[in-house]
Design a protein around this ligand. Structure first.
Ligand code: ADP
Ligand code: ZN
Length: 517
């Protein structure tokens, strides 16, 4: 049996393993059950392809992506490895060829679409052919609360029990619930050897700013990087057009890209972006799949992404070449409201909505972080890290203050008005502003009226934003804009817990955030 390093060079043409690959390969090759979590592009396929060559018999690879399976089979065959796929995309000839290779015991890797597992004949066939390893790509598809749920993935556990062989599961999704679900459903709860690698992209500078005047913030950021290739992600199609226009007027080479554009135009933008230097694409999240450009120098979010996973994926398009790259993400109360209502108004079952709120919370926690963002980001993916020295909070640690008193006042204003009002009205009450609405409702008679006079409206806005970011209050989907208290806020209200808030946005006067040149 040739050692892994020789196969790596001779078959796959690589000089060295990437971070984590060697350990995973040796665990899988030695027959351990494995759950490996690596980001997209991290090199997962090698981690089952190479062990497949080191083991006797056939490795069955289950993957939901037919095009990807066919690519991998083609590449393996080109490298002289006996591989085949059984998918709905096969011609009769292809299927016959695969079956022949199986009969003759030549095949090393058999790719199979999950739907195939539903057919009774597949199980019998897999029992006969001498399977020695099951590899599951995109293992998070087994998660019922995830976005890629594939019911047929639930059959994989059964297959593993029937064949009695080791299983190696791979995914780029790292949140703890998904991992637990994978372990329950694929391994019957018996903990596999777990590997988590490669989420850090140390060359990418991370930064967030409270959304103040988004157009100016994005323009400032772009101006400091004039002539470099960059992406601005926007929450709406309309915004991509207006921002692209504004950037052009400021002398940048910028184009819009969104799902509402003709397919031809979109392909043209992708091709231009890949080929040209210094083009800025102002896009919705529709932009990214067709992009293969290693030297994207910056990515800015004019609106908050929908989850921490999306954030990671979108900023991850910058700096693939390993050279320094910069990012900026803007966020404000409107973003939080929008994202929450998108989740609440979706048709997903309650558990899934809860999971989506949790993913959004993780991103908001990152936005409102008080210390190194990378520590927080990697922590979410399960990786430990030391303060990175390459994020805005490492550059300039934020001033903080004990926000307990202010938060308690705000919560009390919310409760005393029946959780029926939005931040604007609540701030009027707190700052003792007797507007018509306040007087009409008798809110100037409340004990909370004017208890927050010592702080400006802007300060209170920043506090409400941070309260939303910490998920202490949520907009009520049934009552437009009305804020309701959440369970985590209870101990603060009761005086059993305190909270530290950021001060930088809570200062009167110049709120203009510094932009790193
Ligand atoms: P994933 O499935 O994790 O998204 P792939 O397995 O498709 O990623 O690998 C991503 C890219 O990295 C591929 O182009 C692959 O050839 C390349 N790659 C994988 N391992 C290595 C390695 N050890 N050295 C160099 N390139 C590698
Ligand atoms: Zn840092």
């Amino acid at each position: 049996m040739p050692p892994a390093a020789t196969l790596l060079r001779d078959i796959f043409g690589f000089d060295a393993f990437r971070a984590g690959q060697e350990d995973i390969v040796s665990a899988v090759a030695s027959g351990q059950n494995v759950l490996a979590i690596m980001p997209t592009g991290g090199g997962k396929s090698l981690c089952f392809q190479l062990p497949a060559l080191m083991r006797e018999g056939v490795t069955v690879v289950i993957s939901p992506l037919i095009a990807l399976m066919r690519d991998q089979v083609r590449a393996l065959k080109a490298a002289g490895v006996e591989a085949g796929a059984l998918t709905s995309g096969n011609t009769e000839e292809e299927t016959a060829e695969v079956r022949q290779a199986l009969e003759e015991g030549r095949l090393k890797l058999l790719y199979i679409a999950p739907e195939r597992l539903a057919a009774g004949s597949a199980m019998g066939m897999l029992r006969r052919i001498g399977v020695s390893l099951i590899a599951v790509d995109e293992a998070h598809c087994v998660s019922q609360w995830g976005h890629d749920f594939r019911p047929d993935y639930l059959r994989i556990g059964e297959l593993r029990r029937a064949l009695g062989v080791p299983l190696a599961a791979f995914t780029a999704t790292a949140d703890a619930e998904t991992q637990d679900e994978i372990i329950q459903k694929l391994f019957d709860g018996a903990a596999p050897e777990r590997f988590l690698h490669g989420f850090d992209r140390p060359n990418i500078h991370l930064a967030f700013q409270a959304k103040d005047s988004p157009r100016r913030q994005i323009m400032d950021f772009a101006r400091a990087r004039k002539g470099q290739s960059g992406i601005v992600y926007c929450g709406t199609r309309a915004r991509t057009e207006t921002l692209a226009q504004a950037l052009r007027e400021a002398g940048h080479n910028a184009v819009a890209y969104n799902g509402g554009m003709e397919a031809d135009t979109r392909r043209e933008v992708e091709a231009r972006f890949n080929a040209e230097d210094g083009l800025i694409v102002v896009a919705t999240v529709a932009f990214g799949m067709g992009v293969d450009k290693p030297d994207i120098r910056w990515v800015a979010h004019a609106d908050l992404p929908k989850s921490i996973e999306s954030y990671y994926q979108e900023i991850g398009r910058a700096g693939r070449d390993g050279a320094p790259a910069e990012t900026l993400t803007l966020y404000g109360p409107d973003d939080i409201r929008l994202r929450r209502s998108q989740i609440d108004e979706g048709l997903a079952p309650p558990e899934r909505r809860m999971a989506d709120h949790a993913r959004l919370n993780a991103l908001l926690g990152l936005a409102e972080a008080l210390e190194c963002r990378r520590v927080k980001l990697l922590g979410y993916f399960g990786e430990e890290a030391a303060p990175c020295g390459n994020c805005d909070l490492c550059d300039t640690p934020p001033a903080t203050f004990d926000g307990t008193e202010a938060v308690r006042k705000a919560l009390s204003a919310i409760l005393r008005t029946g959780e029926y009002f939005g931040a604007g009205h609540l701030i009027d009450i707190l700052t003792g502003k007797a507007t018509e609405k306040v007087r009409l409702r008798g809110h100037d008679d409340l004990p909370t009226f004017g208890v927050g006079k010592d702080m400006s409206k802007q300060n209170w806005q920043a506090i409400f934003r941070q309260m939303m970011g910490h998920d202490l209050v949520r907009p009520d989907p049934e009552r437009h804009g009305a804020l309701r208290m959440t369970d985590p806020a209870v101990p603060i209200l009761k005086g059993e817990a305190g909270i530290t808030l950021r001060k930088d946005m809570v200062q009167a006067g110049d709120r203009r955030p510094a932009v790193k040149a």
